[in-house]
Design a protein around this ligand. Structure first.
Ligand SMILES: [Zn+2]
Ligand SMILES: [Zn+2]
Length: 263
């Protein structure tokens, strides 16, 4: 399997996953042209995409979904709540490209199984995904106010996990955001802080070693890549986890494709 985060952050998200036979995107939250560019830069043809799986209707996850679907005739997969909320912003989609999936379901795309799970976030019906091919798994879990047992159970066996490390709590608290927005982000249905992300990673590493964990969906205003990385590293060390021996920890880039990972 191949995994590549094309873009990750509050300014837009899109992840590429493929197997021998299937190619999908999880979210397309930037203009279609930007996703095209990113795919071409990793030598992938957008025409070959078998589907776009949408996590939720916030614009940083759906901005390019409609354009790509119309241009390359790509099916869009989302649950019924998300479809209702995003319909007016993604434009007209051909009937045969409207694919409604259940919140906790497995969708077969050629030799890939795409498993959806529930995440706590302030959108209508948000989901994370684990993509399975033979005995390999890759998971994406961003936009979550808390790291729940359900998320843990769904991603614990994945070799590659992109996990949200959205904000530094002090930067957010003392930063420029209005009070209500700060409260929303800090709430149980907001976004995961660097500290909470670190605790989640400790649990995941305790379950199995040698995972590749990619920190993603960083806030542009309330975080810094170095700070997120260092915060997680410190917590791992405090828990006796060696960053070279036990885990591979990397960052997802905001403006360009990150590492092209093959497992
Ligand atoms: Zn969101
Ligand atoms: Zn988001």
């Amino acid at each position: 399997m191949i995994f590549c985060s094309l873009y990750s952050g509050s300014s837009g998200n899109s992840m590429f996953v493929s197997s021998d036979k299937a190619k999908i995107l999880i979210d397309a939250g930037l203009p279609g042209k930007k996703i095209d560019e990113a795919l071409k830069s990793i030598k992938q043809d957008p025409k070959d995409l078998d589907g776009i799986f949408v996590t939720h209707e916030h614009s940083d996850h759906i901005k390019g979904v409609g354009v790509l679907s119309r241009k390359y005739d790509i099916p869009i997969y989302a649950n019924s709540g998300t479809w209702t909320e995003m319909e007016s912003s993604i434009g007209k989609i051909k009937e045969h490209n409207i694919k409604i999936i259940d919140k906790r379901s497995i969708t077969e795309i050629k030799d890939l199984d795409v498993k959806a799970f529930n995440i706590p976030h302030d959108s209508i019906s948000p989901m994370g995904y684990t993509v399975i091919n033979k005995n390999k798994q890759i998971s994406v879990a961003t936009d979550l106010g808390t790291f729940t047992r359900e998320i843990y159970d769904n991603i614990k066996d994945s070799e590659v996990i992109l996990l949200e490390s959205n904000h530094d709590v002090s930067m957010l608290k003392y930063g420029p955001y209005p009070y209500n927005l700060k409260r929303r982000i800090l709430s149980e249905i907001g976004h995961l802080s660097n500290d909470d992300c670190a605790v989640a990673i400790v649990d995941l590493v305790k379950n199995s070693l040698n995972k590749r964990v990619i920190l993603g969906h960083l806030s542009n205003t309330n975080n810094q890549p170095d700070l997120a990385y260092q915060t997680v590293l410190n917590v791992l060390r405090e828990n006796g986890i060696d960053e070279k021996r036990d885990i591979r920890l990397t960052m997802a880039n905001r403006h360009q494709p990150s590492e092209y990972i093959e497992i």
